[in-house]
Design a protein around this ligand. Structure first.
Ligand SMILES: [Zn+2]
Length: 98
């Protein structure tokens, strides 16, 4: 998990998950209040992970042989992707220039 670039305070899994869940909102360090904005590359990465099964719809449907099971798989996949996103996400410190 990532640390704050300023004070080395370790971001909590829940804090990052919360940021991802709210549409990749900037992360505020709970200790020094420094804002960290998500790095675009990691946003793309986690979004891609989420939609990966969409590229394999045919294979997934034939593998599970029933629509119901496929839907269950998709739901589990979404939970899984969101669950691992805090591990993938990287943030960088926002410098206060103004
Ligand atoms: Zn900090």
């Amino acid at each position: 998990m990532q640390k704050c670039e300023k004070c080395n305070n370790k971001f909590k899994y829940k804090e990052i998950l919360n940021s991802v869940w709210k549409g990749y909102k900037p992360l505020k360090c709970s200790r020094c209040r420094t804002n960290h904005s998500p790095i675009t590359f990691t946003i793309i990465l986690t979004s891609l992970l989420l939609v990966v099964p969409a590229f394999f719809t045919k294979d997934i449907n034939s593998y599970f042989s029933s629509t119901f099971n496929s839907i269950i798989f998709y739901i589990l996949w979404v939970i899984f992707s969101v669950g691992v996103s805090p591990v993938i996400m990287r943030y960088h410190m926002v410098k206060k220039s103004k």
